[in-house]
Structure formats: structure tokens, C-alpha cells
Design a protein around this ligand. Structure first.
Ligand code: PHE
Length: 445
């Protein structure tokens, strides 16, 4: 056992833990998905509901997931079964979900590469919508960029926890914050930017439906990477003495600041007429094109998107790789290759489903949209309910308390609040939102 422990990788310290976990959280979810889901759901009203979900549901779940990982120090499947026999399937369900997410997430990540290069070389041309459609529906070009991204991701993973993930996070995250601040200052400096911003952040409650709550909750879970084993595996790499709740609060704060800042950058560009998943890809180049040295700004923006995506995909990949390494006894190299090849295949189908195979639809959605919607509005709420029930009700009370309050982690006054949120608030609220949201969704199909 002792030997098994020393064989496992781990993060060097507290800052590394925060940067890696924030890297997992901050991703396409913040910069690409949050602004467009917000604009589809009536702006300010959605943001308020979203912030409520982050604070009362996402944060306690993140703490719960860190604690399961840190307590058991193993891969997601063994982590659950170590705490309670027969519950390994919950870890497996998370891993299946994160694998499905990888399928479409890598495709968009690949787009960021093409857009960074195309912006830097000034070759997007004048018709941004057309460029987006031509590129994303093509057969080979998006696939090649997706594969390049997956391979970059692969090499970080085989570098190991400290030599790969930690090192990459320490370089990418500060760079990401710098780019974000530069872009935010620039967009708020434009007068039309401030005006458009006020419009978007003004709540419009007339657009709020059951589905709005489901979207807000799905987005909150997605952006915090909860329920899928990614945060669990990172928690398992935290050094002893890492304060779990403190780390979770730092991660949630950074993630929220980045999401709101990204929304400010995108909406201040006056993009009311754009919607859906092309928002970031069509609206942003258009805005930058009107600025001096616009192509450089655009390249910076897409570099930001790509970095954010990469620091998230390594956590997804790591969660699944850890299963092959620890449960199937494979070398890290072999385990990582299996995940990489699986991701290559799934993302190939996802990418083609936007072009050559776009006629194949289920519930009115192509495979790409299906992966996104199924994971965000079905799997994530389910995993949220199950994880909170597991930690709040099935984990031995004393053990959970010992883990959360270890080495001054959570003080006596705060601990009962977190326990209450996990036992009652999360399971009940997530179930209600899930059921009503699904009813609303099915009625509108
Ligand atoms: N949180 C990431 C984002 O916002 C996505 C993610 C989901 C990462 C699941 C890891 C696991 O983009």
C-alpha cells in the first residue's frame, strides 16, 4: 500500500493545485459556451440564476469531489468504491460522461488553433460567417486541427502529473489571465462596448422558463468540471495539508471572474445579432477587424480560447487515463494512448456530423449537438444528484468530517453549512430543476 502511494504522481504544492484545478474549470465553458448560453437565455436574468447555481450547488459539489479524491488517493472508480463498496459505478458514469464531452470539446479546441493561425496571418477574409461555415463543415481541415490539438494534449499527459500537467498549468494559466485582462481593458475602453454591456447585463425575466434553470445549472456544473472525475483525480493529487474548501473557493472565484469577463469582452463587441455556438468564432473576428492591428487582437483572443481549452482537456484526459493505469495496470504511456485514440475516433464523428454527416439527426440534433446537450443537461445533473447523495448520505459521517476539517481545512462553523447543502439543497434542488427542465425541453422539441 505504502509503495502504491509513492508510485502515484502528485502536485508540488498549493499554488500548483489551484492552478491545475482552475485550469480544468476555466475552459471553452467560460469563454465560448457561457456567453452564448447567456445570450440565448435573456442575459442578466440568466446570469443571476447561474451565480446562484454556482454558489449553492457547484461549490459544495466541488468540495465534495475534491474530498472523495483526496481521501482515497485513487482513480474515480476506486475512489468511490473505497469509501463505500459497490459504488465504483458512480465513478465510471462520470468517466463515460467526460469521455463523451471530450468528443466534441476537442473539435472546438481544434477550431481555436485554426482561428489563431488564420487571424495572425490575416487570412480570415471579410465574410466571417461564411468562413466559419466553410471551415467547420469541411471534411479534412477541421479534423487535422482537432488531431493536432489531441496530440498536444497527449504529450502533456505522458509528461506526468508534475512534469506534464503541473508544468503546463503554471505556464498557461498566468498567460491566460494576462491576455484576458488586456482584452477586457480594451473592450471596456470602447464607448459602444460599455453601452452594449449594459443591455446584456440588464435582466429580462420574460425569457426565463424551466429550461433556463436547467441551462444555468448545466452550465454551472460544466464550467466547474464537477461530477465527472476530473476534479476528483486532481483532488487525489493534492498534497496532504491542502485545504480543500479553500482551494475550491479559489477555483470557483477564478472561474466566475473569467466567465463574466469573457461575457463582457464578447458582448461589448455589440454582437446581439449573432447567436449559438458560432458567437465567439464569428462575432469576435468581426469586431477585431474594425480595430487597428485587429488581426493581432483576434489571434490573441483565439490563443486565449485555445489555452483555456487545453488546460481543461488535460484534466478530462487524465481522469480517464488514471483508470487504465490504476485499474487496468497499464503503463502511463499505454493508458494515455488508449484514451487518445478513443478521443480521436469520437471527435472524428463529432466533426463530420457538422458537415458530411449533418443529415443524420436524433431528436433534431446532429451528433455534435447531441453530445453537448446530453452531457450538459442530462448527465451533469444526474451526476450532481448522485455525488451529493453519496457524500452527504452514504459516506460515514465522521470520515467525511475528518477529511473536510483536516489540518484546519474547514472551521467548525462552516462545516455544517456545507454538509447541509450537500445533504438537502443539492439533491432536492438539482432534482427539481432536472425534472422540470426536461419536461420543458421535451415539450419544445
Ligand atoms: N470546465 C471546463 C470548461 O468550462 C470543461 C470540463 C468539463 C473540464 C469536464 C473537465 C471536465 O470548459
Amino acid at each position: 500500500m505504502a509503495q502504491e502511494k509513492t508510485k502515484r504522481g502528485g502536485f508540488g504544492g498549493k499554488i500548483a493545485a489551484i492552478l491545475a484545478a482552475a485550469g480544468s474549470a476555466i475552459g471553452l465553458g467560460n469563454i465560448w459556451r457561457f456567453p452564448y448560453i447567456t445570450s440565448e437565455n435573456g442575459g442578466g436574468a440568466f446570469i443571476l440564476i447561474y451565480l446562484g447555481c454556482i454558489l449553492f450547488l457547484g461549490l459544495p459539489l466541488l468540495i465534495a469531489e475534491f474530498s472523495v479524491g483526496h481521501n482515497s488517493k485513487c482513480n474515480p472508480i476506486d475512489a468511490f468504491s473505497k469509501i463505500r463498496r459497490g459504488w465504483g459505478w458512480l465513478g465510471a458514469l462520470g468517466l463515460v460522461s467526460v469521455f463523451l464531452i471530450m468528443g466534441y470539446y476537442f473539435v472546438i479546441s481544434g477550431w481555436t488553433l485554426n482561428y489563431t493561425i488564420a487571424s495572425a496571418t490575416n487570412s480570415i477574409g471579410g465574410n466571417f460567417g461564411q468562413f466559419f461555415t466553410d471551415f467547420t463543415t469541411a471534411t479534412w481541415k477541421p479534423l487535422i486541427f482537432t488531431y493536432l490539438f489531441i496530440i498536444a494534449n497527449h504529450f502533456i499527459i505522458i509528461g506526468g502529473v508534475q512534469g506534464g500537467i503541473e508544468k503546463a498549468s503554471k505556464i498557461m494559466m498566468p498567460l491566460l489571465f494576462v491576455i484576458l485582462v488586456i482584452l477586457a481593458v480594451y473592450s471596456l475602453w470602447l464607448p459602444e462596448g460599455r453601452e452594449a454591456l449594459a443591455n446584456v447585463f440588464t435582466p429580462d425575466f420574460s425569457k426565463v422558463t424551466g429550461k433556463t434553470f436547467l441551462d444555468a445549472m448545466g452550465q454551472a456544473f460544466f464550467t466547474l468540471s464537477v461530477g465527472m472525475g476530473a476534479m476528483l483525480i486532481y483532488g487525489s493529487y493534492f498534497k496532504d495539508g491542502t485545504k480543500l474548501a479553500g482551494t475550491a473557493i479559489s477555483v470557483v472565484s477564478l472561474d466566475t471572474v473569467v466567465a463574466l469577463t469573457a461575457a463582457i469582452i464578447i458582448f461589448s463587441a455589440g454582437v446581439e445579432n449573432e447567436s449559438g455556438m458560432q458567437l465567439a468564432f464569428v462575432a469576435m473576428p468581426k469586431v477585431f477587424a474594425a480595430m487597428p492591428a485587429g488581426n493581432i487582437w483576434a489571434a490573441l483572443f483565439f490563443l486565449l480560447l485555445g489555452l483555456a481549452a487545453l488546460s481543461s482537456t488535460i484534466s478530462m484526459h487524465e481522469a480517464v487515463t488514471s483508470y487504465f493505469v490504476e485499474k487496468r495496470g497499464m503503463s502511463r504511456n499505454k493508458g494515455a494512448w488508449i484514451v487518445t485514440i478513443g478521443a480521436l475516433m469520437l471527435s472524428t464523428v463529432a466533426s463530420l456530423s457538422l458537415g458530411d454527416w449533418s443529415d443524420i439527426k436524433l431528436l433534431g440534433m446532429n451528433f455534435f449537438a447531441l453530445l453537448d446537450n446530453f452531457t450538459a443537461i442530462v448527465m451533469l445533473p444526474l451526476l450532481g444528484i448522485l455525488t451529493s447523495v453519496f457524500v452527504g448520505w452514504l459516506w460515514k459521517k465522521e470520515d467525511m468530517k475528518a477529511e473536510l476539517t483536516a489540518e484546519g481545512g474547514i472551521d467548525k462553523a462552516t462545516y455544517p453549512v456545507i454538509r447541509f447543502l450537500l445533504r438537502y439543497v443539492c439533491p432536492v434542488l438539482v432534482s427539481i430543476v432536472f425534472i422540470f427542465g426536461i419536461i420543458d425541453f421535451v415539450q419544445n422539441l
